[in-house]
Ligand binder design. Structure first.
Ligand SMILES: *Cc1c(COP(=O)(O)O)cnc(C)c1O
Length: 499
C-alpha cells in the first residue's frame, strides 16, 4: 500500500482499488462462505441498525474501501435475506452456486459487456446452444439472454406480435398496433408477467383470454380452440397461445403437443413459458410430459431459477432470430456501427461487433451472462444437473406422498415437478375457512421460528403451504424434518385457538 491510503486521499477524485481485488474478494468470500455454512434463523438486524441503513446520509467525503468492506461483512451480508438457506423453498427463488458467482465476478471486469467478437461473446452463444441442446430444442432455435422471465416473455411476445402482424402485411414495430384488436391465450396458471407483456406491447391486459383448466390444472384445448375461432370470426388478431412447462403455482405442465396443434392449425404463434420448469426435461421420468416442446415458436427458461445462476439471467429461444431483429431494432446509430471494422477479424479490440444481441431484444448494454451459464455446465455437467433436478423432483414427490399418507395432512396436487402444495387438516373437524386460517398461522410460524421458508398459494380454494425445491443446498434430512414440523405447529395452533 502506498502513502495515499490515509483515509482522505486528497489528490484524486477516483479511487480504483482493482489492484487489491484479490485481497478484498477473499475477505468477502470468507464472509459469504460463513453465511452459507451457518445461516441465521432469527433476523438479527435490529430496528436501530435498520434505521441507520435506511437513513444513512449520502457520503460527502471519501472513505477507505476497507471501511465499506468491513460494513459489508459485519452488517450487510449477514442481514441480507435468507434466500441462500438450505430451507429456503419460497416462490421459485434460490441463491447461486459458487462456480457461476466466481465466473460473474470474472466477467464483471474481464468482459463486462457482451458485445464484440471476444472470448466471452463466443461463450455467450455457445452456452445458449448448450442450453437448447440439453433441453431438447431443435438446433435451429436460437437464444437471447435477458434479465429474467419477465423480459424473456416480453421478447418472445414481441416476436409473436411481429409474426402475426406481418402475416397481415403490417409492421407493428414501425407503425404501432393502433386499430388492430389482438389477443393472447393463457390458462389461469399462466404467470402474470404475460399480462405485463401484453400491456407493454400494446396488446392490452384486457386482451389476454384466460382459458379454463381441467382437474389436472391443464389448459382445456377444446375451449382454447373455441376461443381462438370466436376471435378470428370477430376480426380479432390472435397473437400467441401460451403454454406452461412448469407453472409457478403448482409446477404443472400443459399438454404441449395438443396446445401446439390448436395454435398452429390456426396459424397462431405457440409460446412455452418454461421459466421455472424447462430444466425438468433433464429428468427422464418426467420427459414424456414435454412431448411437443419442439413445436414451440418461442420458449423461455430462467437459469436463475432451477439452474441456480445468479439473479438476472433469463433466456428466450425463438425459431428464427431475424424476427427479433425486426421486432426490436433500434435503428442504426453512427456512434456504434462506425466503431467496428467488421472485416472478419476476430479480436478483442473493437474488431467486429460480434453477434448483435443488442438488436435482438430490449437491452443494448447488458452484462455477459453466458459465462455464468457456461460455468454451471462446466462445473456440474449434464449428469450433475440431471442428478439435482431428479433429486428436487423426488423431494416434492416425497412431501406430497407423505402428506397423503398422514391423516393430519393433505396434498392438493400430484407433483409434475419439484413443487408440492400441502396443508394441515388436523383431526378433520375444521371447515375450509378454518383450515385456511390455521395454515396461514402455521406458515407464519414456519418462516419465523424454523429453518423452513416455503411460500404459500391457493389450490382449488385451499390455502396451501407450497415448498418449491430448487435450492442446491437442500438436503434429505431437512426434507424429512419438514412435515413433522408442520404437524407439530398445526397441532399447537389447533389446540391453542380452535378447541
Ligand atoms: C418466475 C417466472 C416468470 C418471471 O420470471 P422473472 O425471472 O421473475 O422475471 C415467468 N414465468 C414463470 C413460469 C415463472 O416461474
Amino acid at each position: 500500500m502506498d502513502g495515499t491510503m490515509d483515509g482522505t486521499k486528497a489528490e484524486s477524485a477516483y479511487y480504483p482499488e482493482s489492484e487489491r481485488l484479490a485481497e478484498l474478494l477473499a475477505r468477502i468470500g470468507a464472509s459469504l462462505d460463513d453465511k452459507v455454512r451457518n445461516p441465521p434463523i432469527d433476523p438479527y438486524l435490529t430496528r436501530a441498525q435498520w434505521e441507520h441503513l435506511a437513513h444513512e446520509p449520502v457520503p460527502l467525503t471519501p472513505a477507505p474501501v476497507d471501511e465499506l468492506v468491513d460494513e459489508l461483512i459485519s452488517l450487510l451480508i449477514p442481514n441480507g435475506g435468507r434466500v441462500s438457506d438450505p430451507g429456503f423453498w419460497a416462490f421459485v427463488t434460490t441463491a447461486p452456486t459458487t462456480a457461476p458467482l466466481v465466473a460473474a465476478t470474472a466477467a464483471a471486469l474481464g468482459a463486462p459487456v457482451r458485445y464484440g467478437f471476444q472470448a466471452v461473446n463466443a461463450i455467450e452463444e455457445r452456452s445458449l446452444e448448450w442450453l437448447g441442446e440439453i433441453f431438447g430444442l431443435p438446433a435451429h432455435m436460437k437464444g437471447l439472454y435477458s434479465s429474467g422471465g419477465s423480459s424473456a416473455n416480453i421478447v418472445a411476445m414481441g416476436a409473436a406480435r411481429q409474426h402475426a402482424f406481418e402475416a397481415r402485411g403490417l409492421d407493428p414495430a414501425r407503425d404501432g398496433v393502433t386499430g388492430t384488436p389482438c389477443a393472447f391465450y393463457v390458462s389461469p396458471e399462466t404467470h402474470h408477467t404475460i399480462l405485463r407483456a401484453a400491456a407493454v406491447l400494446g396488446i392490452g391486459r384486457s386482451s389476454v383470454r384466460e382459458i379454463p383448466v381441467d382437474d389436472n390444472l391443464h389448459i382445456r384445448t377444446d375451449l382454447l380452440a373455441e376461443a381462438i375461432d370466436a376471435d378470428i370470426a370477430a376480426g380479432v388478431l390472435p397473437i400467441a397461445v401460451i403454454a406452461n412447462a412448469g407453472a409457478t403455482n403448482t409446477g404443472t405442465i400443459d399438454p404441449l403437443r395438443a396446445v401446439a396443434t390448436v395454435a398452429h392449425d390456426r396459424g397462431v404463434w405457440f409460446h412455452i413459458d418454461g421459466a421455472y420448469g424447462l430444466p425438468g426435461y433433464l429428468d427422464e421420468r418426467v420427459r414424456p410430459k414435454y412431448d411437443g416442446l419442439e413445436l414451440a415458436d418461442s420458449i423461455i427458461v430462467d437459469p436463475h431459477k432451477w439452474l441456480s445462476a445468479p439473479a438476472g439471467i433469463g433466456v428466450t429461444f425463438v425459431r428464427d432470430r431475424t424476427i427479433l431483429l425486426r421486432a426490436f431494432t433500434q435503428g442504426p446509430a453512427d456512434y456504434l456501427e462506425g466503431s467496428f471494422a467488421d472485416d472478419g477479424r476476430i479480436g478483442v479490440s473493437l474488431d467486429s461487433p460480434g453477434i448483435p444481441y443488442g438488436d435482438f431484444g430490449l437491452e443494448l448494454t447488458a452484462p455477459s451472462r453466458g459465462i455464468q451459464v457456461w460455468a454451471i455446465l462446466r462445473e456440474q455437467g449434464v449428469s450433475g444437473l440431471t442428478e439435482r433436478i431428479r433429486r428436487d423432483n423426488d423431494f416434492a414427490t416425497y412431501v406430497a406422498r407423505t402428506a397423503t399418507d398422514d391423516p393430519r395432512l393433505e396434498s392438493l396436487t400430484n407433483p409434475d415437478l419439484s413443487v408440492a402444495c400441502i396443508r394441515y387438516i388436523g383431526d378433520g373437524s375444521h371447515s375450509n375457512d378454518e383450515l385456511n386460517e390455521l395454515n396461514r398461522r402455521i406458515h407464519r410460524r414456519l418462516v419465523r421460528e424454523t429453518e423452513f421458508l416455503p411460500s404459500t398459494t391457493v389450490v382449488k380454494g385451499a390455502y396451501t403451504i407450497r415448498p418449491c425445491f430448487i435450492s442446491p443446498r437442500a438436503t434429505w434430512p431437512l426434507i424429512e424434518a419438514f412435515l413433522p414440523t408442520v404437524v407439530r405447529l398445526g397441532d399447537e395452533e389447533a389446540a391453542g385457538s380452535m378447541p
